[in-house]
Structures are given as C-alpha cells and as structure tokens.
Ligand binder design. Structure first.
Ligand SMILES: Cc1cc2nc3c(=O)[nH]c(=O)nc-3n(C[C@H](O)[C@H](O)[C@H](O)COP(=O)(O)OP(=O)(O)OC[C@H]3O[C@@H](n4cnc5c(N)ncnc54)[C@H](O)[C@@H]3O)c2cc1C
Length: 431
C-alpha cells in the first residue's frame, strides 16, 4: 500500500525544508507519524541551496519582495522561535555601490531609497567617508563616478551551518525526509488533481503537493502538462585568501553594481565573490531559448565534471578584486565552481497555488531565495491550510504562476520560441 501524507514537498532545498517545517508545526505534528514528507532525489540542500552565499538583505525593486525579505530577516534573527533550532547570523550590514551618472541610473537608486523608506526598510545613501569607516579603508572608491547606499540590517550566515540546522530542524519538527528519492511522475485523480506521486522507490499518496524543486521543476511536471517557466543562468563563484591582518573584522557585504559583483568575507579570512543574475531581457530569453532545463539540464549543471571554471573566468574576478580591493594585495585563488541561478522570465519568484492543478503549490526562488525561506514557508503553509495570512502588505498576485500566461508575456515568449527567435533579433529586443 502507498504511504500517505497530508503534504509531500518535492525538493529538499532551503525552500522545501522551510515549507515542510512551517506546515508540520502548524499541523501540530507531534505524533510518531509524520504528516509532512520531503522527497529529495539526492541529499538535503544538495541543489542550489548548497551553493548560496548566505547573504540576507532586503533592498529590492519590488516593494512586495522587499517587504517579504524584511520580515524574513526578522524571522532569521529569531529562527529558534520558528524552526526550533539555534542558528546565529553575523550582522555586518551591506554597502551598495552604484554608478553616479547624474541621470537615469542614479535616479533609479534614489527612487529605490525613497520607496524602501516609505515601507520602513533601512536603506539610505551614505557619504564616501562613511564607506571608509565602515570598511576600515579596505576598499577603493571612486567618488566622482559612484554613489553609495547602506543597508545596516543585512546579515550573513555560514551556509554549512545553515545546512546542518536544516537537518536538525527536519528531525525535531517530525518531518519524514526521504533522501535519494526521485520523483518520476504523477498519477492523476482527475485532470486537475494529483492523487499519487511516483518515485524510484514506489508511489506515495498526498493530499497536497509542494513543488520546491527549483531548476528541476520543468522536467518533473512536464509529464502532466504543467509548464513551469524556470530556466538556468550559469554563474561562477570564487574564493580568495587574503591576509587576515588586512581583512577587517565585521567586513560589510559589498553589492558592487559597477563591477557587477557581490563580495563578502568568507570562512574568516577569505573574500567570496560572485556575479548577480544577468537582468537583460535578451540574456534571459536566451536562457529559455537554449532550454537547459529540458530533460537533464539541471543535472548537467551539477555534474561534478562541470564544476571547474576557465582561466578567463577566474582572471575576470582577479581583476575585479585588484580594482576594488587594491589593499588586499597579495591575494591567492582558493577555489571556485560553476553553478546556476534558477530564473523565471521576470526574475521574480513563483509562490502560491498552481494555475490548473488544485492540490499543487509552487515555491520557487528565481535565483535569490535563501533569504526568504522562513517567510515563504509561513505563507505557503497558511495557503495550504487555508489560514489567514498575517503579513504586512500581503499580496501574492505579483508572484503567481498565472502571470506568465497573461497577454503581456507574449512578447517574451516570442523572443524565446517564436518567429523572432534568432540571436540577432533577441539582442536588439526589449520586453
Ligand atoms: C552563487 C549563488 C549565490 C547565491 N547567494 C544567495 C544569497 O546570498 N542569498 C540568497 O538569498 N540567495 C542566494 N542564492 C540563491 C539561493 O541559493 C537559491 O535561490 C535557493 O538555494 C533555492 O533554493 P530551492 O530550495 O528553491 O532550490 P534547490 O536548493 O535547488 O532545491 C531543489 C531540490 O530539488 C531536488 N530535486 C530535483 N529534482 C527532483 C526530483 N525529481 N525528485 C526529488 N527531488 C528533486 C534537488 O536535488 C534539490 O535539492 C544564490 C545562488 C547562487 C547560485
């Protein structure tokens, strides 16, 4: 006979785990029988959740997303109350460096500051002398061409400690974790309801299903014709040994929009660096046109033979460090890897009920989701239990999967699949 659960979560990354914990707590799950199960094809947090930089920050052009992030920040600070485990962040704050072109770009950043302020999110412009004191003169700045913002509440976690905490939280919250269990398909009850989940270890009955499979979602749900618009954007991460005598204690996160890179101190003596998502519509469309998620796309990215980076990629980061941190010299390359952001066409996450399948819920991050994990878990568990969501400024429409089927998206899909699908046209196009 099939095992039976109130909810099965597909994917044991930070979002799947957060959803399972929140749901299990609300179901008051203290009997010996778990009513929430996580199916993970490999090991817990073995997907993109093994690759994040542990940064928790709130500034975001979407005020709704910023507001979620701000509330998640609060939850992370008190994670024991939510997940029952101890996990302590550092709070070095973040410095944002933007181009001061005296025109559009600078105005966009100042508008962002105003909008965030209206929503009580601490993010404000600072002078160059404050940068110097916040970084102990460790970074080189160019006052003529740059403007600076400070987000004092931004935090850092050690990703390995987060992963260990996730294992503990799964255990103490009485969640059934099935590692090495790959979802291979579904058995439908009616055309709009899933009855059973097929795995490599047999079928499982579930009243509700949460898709937290990130970059793998398209290949999992294709068999029941649920199209999840997620694709992959490669990103290279590298770590550099610098002198412990030089790297200041409490070194802030540097979100450098001149070099298009995030920097943080790493393992107490290293500089960690990676680039943000490429936001240009042409590049996003190309990621979808190349369809890396079709069939084994996400697996290919995680094949260990693909972890290495080229000399050119490593050297590009070396140049950025030379430019931004000249006082760190000498610095020593201490390893890097290629990984990917799971992206949606508008780079916003997908959260909430499926469009057609009544017992299916989505919880996907669009490349930037570790920081939201506790709040996403809270929102989804309330949706599944049909409880009122007590969150400030709550509106999920912006993140519903339905948005990708609106007429406005036609232009994007045409870039991807339609008559305009040539690189030349895509380079010129904007959405
Ligand atoms: C370089 C880099 C740095 C980042 N830094 C930050 C940061 O500082 N802060 C931040 O907030 N975010 C950051 N992110 C983003 C963050 O890592 C991701 O958004 C987040 O980890 C996504 O979690 P997830 O649970 O959605 O997906 P994943 O962690 O990818 O989990 C999906 C899981 O589904 C499993 N799965 C797949 N197929 C199946 C199947 N058929 N059956 C069962 N299970 C399956 C996979 O094995 C995987 O474990 C970063 C991302 C990258 C790449």
């Amino acid at each position: 006979m099939s095992e039976k659960y109130h909810t099965v979560v597909i994917g044991g990354g930070c979002l799947g785990v957060a959803t399972a914990i929140s749901l299990s707590k609300k179901l008051n799950n203290n009997s010996n029988n778990s009513s929430v199960c996580i199916l993970e094809k490999s090991v817990l947090a073995g997907g993109i959740s093994s690759r994040h930089s542990g940064i928790i920050r709130s500034a975001n052009a979407s005020i709704q997303a910023a507001s979620f992030a701000e509330q998640a920040n609060e939850m992370w600070r008190n994670i024991k109350d939510h997940w029952g485990i101890d996990l302590f962040p550092e709070t070095p704050g973040a410095i944002w460096i933007a181009r001061n072109d005296k025109k559009e770009a600078a105005k966009t950043w100042r508008d962002l500051e105003k909008n965030l302020k209206k929503n009580h999110i601490d993010f404000y412009q600072i002078k160059s002398k404050e940068i110097k004191s916040l970084t102990n003169d460790f970074i080189r700045i160019n006052e003529e061409q740059e403007i600076y913002f400070h987000e004092p509440n931004a935090m850092l976690f050690d990703p390995i400690k987060v992963r260990n905490a996730m294992y503990n939280a799964v255990e103490i919250n009485n969640i059934k974790l099935k590692e090495n269990t790959r979802v291979t398909g579904f058995e439908l009850q009616t055309s709009d309801k899933i009855k059973r989940i097929k795995t490599n270890h047999g079928t499982i009955f579930a009243e509700n299903i949460v898709n937290a499979a990130g970059g793998w979602s398209p290949q999992i749900f294709d068999s029941i014709n649920v199209k999840i618009p997620v694709s992959l954007q490669p990103v290279y991460v590298s770590n550099w040994l610098v002198s412990k005598r030089k790297l200041p204690k409490d070194f802030p996160i540097i979100a450098d929009y001149i070099n298009l890179s995030y920097f943080r101190s790493w393992k107490d003596g290293e500089l960690h660096i990676h680039q943000p998502r490429d936001r240009s519509p042409a590049s996003i469309a190309r990621s979808f046109a190349e369809e890396p998620t079709s069939m084994k796309g996400a697996d290919v990215f995680f094949d260990s033979s693909n972890y290495t980076a080229s000399y050119a990629e490593t050297n590009k980061y070396a140049e950025m460090i030379r430019d931004r941190f000249p006082y760190a010299n000498p610095y020593v390359f201490n390893g890097g890897y290629l990984t990917f952001f799971d992206i949606t066409p508008d780079l916003k996450f997908i959260l909430g009920k499926d469009k057609d399948v009544s017992n299916l819920y989505h919880c996907l991050g669009a490349g930037q989701a570790f920081k939201y994990a506790p709040i996403f878990g809270d929102i989804l568990s309330n949706l599944i239990l049909k409880r009122k969501i007590k969150i400030n400024n709550f509106d999920l429409q912006e993140f519903s999967i339905k948005r990708f089927y609106k007429p406005e998206m036609k232009k994007f899909w045409n870039l991807v699949h339609g008559s305009q699908n040539t690189l030349r046209v895509r380079e010129q196009a904007t959405v």
